[in-house]
Design a protein around this ligand. Structure first.
Ligand code: KIV
Length: 293
């Protein structure tokens, strides 16, 4: 059988050997839709540089997110609000180069940072184009309601969009902190409406962050054209995402309750990434009991 292994010798040392993964074709939107139809969970991890991106791909992660969480884990900021479009462009290009050098096949998503898409649809197009030209395959933006026309504007122009509802870190100050969203009936109804609008506007993926597991599972059933990716949203979503530093247990701040430290169990970065993929696919992560809000 042909295998897919990362390059182990680098100019800086030798990476731990990875278990061979079956070779896969490049991850694309049709491929993600096929996985969903077949009931296979989609895995997503953040990466901010070339090496970790190539390692995540070699571990079998389908989607790599250059998240604006880089503000916290790379830049030492207290929130994602200080991350600029230039920062995102730089890290997206680093990740894209790493994937290209490793002949990797993951789907690359880049966050539109705070202040780069709120002013107008044209501003969003300009910012999204910069990230696509840096190597992204899709852009992610936060919020519902007012974002639907922007999503439509981008998707009509050939830019795939991932939406993000629930806890939206760029609006943490307006939300009053990093807390669970969609808990009461009114908030849940709003989330349902916004999710439907985003799907209708053309979003093909939707990150649901810190929303009750039951609501996330219900949205997953209703949104047939838009793949839900959960983070702190139980295990009923079409896929899962974690921040790389959180799952490796090297977070400088407070580790969210829904995170599992895969490094502790695995012993190497590559094995931790492989364990994450395995646990998401077999449904053992996340544990609905532990992460029900
Ligand atoms: O910025 C990020 O890493 C994210 C994930 C937490 C989904 O948006």
């Amino acid at each position: 059988m042909t295998v897919h292994t990362p390059t182990s010798a680098t100019p800086y040392g030798t990476l731990p050997p990875a278990s061979p993964m079956p070779q896969r074709s490049p991850v694309s939107l049709p491929r993600l839709a096929q996985m969903r139809a077949a009931g296979e969970k989609i895995t997503m991890l953040t990466a901010y540089d070339a090496t970790f991106a190539a390692m995540a791909d070699a571990a079998g992660v389908e989607c790599i997110l250059v998240g604006d969480s880089l503000g916290m884990v790379c830049q030492g900021l207290h929130s994602t609000v200080g991350v600029s479009l230039d920062d995102m462009r730089y890290h997206t290009a680093c990740v894209a180069r790493g994937l290209h050098r490793a002949q990797a096949t993951a789907w690359l998503i880049a966050d539109l940072p705070y202040g780069s898409y709120q002013a107008s649809r044209e501003q969003a197009l300009h910012s999204a184009s910069a990230l696509m030209q840096a190597g992204a395959h899709m852009v992610k933006l936060e919020g519902g309601g007012w974002t639907a026309p922007t999503v439509q504007f981008l998707t009509e122009r050939g830019i795939p969009v991932c939406a993000h509802l629930g806890l939206t870190p760029q609006t943490v100050h307006a939300l009053g902190g990093y807390r669970v969203q969609g808990r009461d009936d009114v908030a849940a109804a709003l989330l349902r409406r916004q999710a439907r609008e985003l799907q209708d506007a053309g979003a093909s993926m939707l990150v649901l962050e810190m929303v009750p597991a039951g609501l996330a599972a219900e949205l997953t059933q209703t949104l047939t054209q838009c793949h839900t990716i959960g983070i702190g949203a139980g295990n009923g979503t079409a896929g899962q995402v974690l921040v790389l530093h959180d799952m490796l247990g090297v977070n400088l701040g407070k580790t969210p309750k829904f995170v599992r430290n895969f490094m502790q169990e695995a012993g190497s970065v590559q094995a931790a990434m492989q364990a994450y993929v395995r646990c998401v696919k077999d449904g053992s992560f996340p544990d609905n009991q532990l992460h029900a809000w």
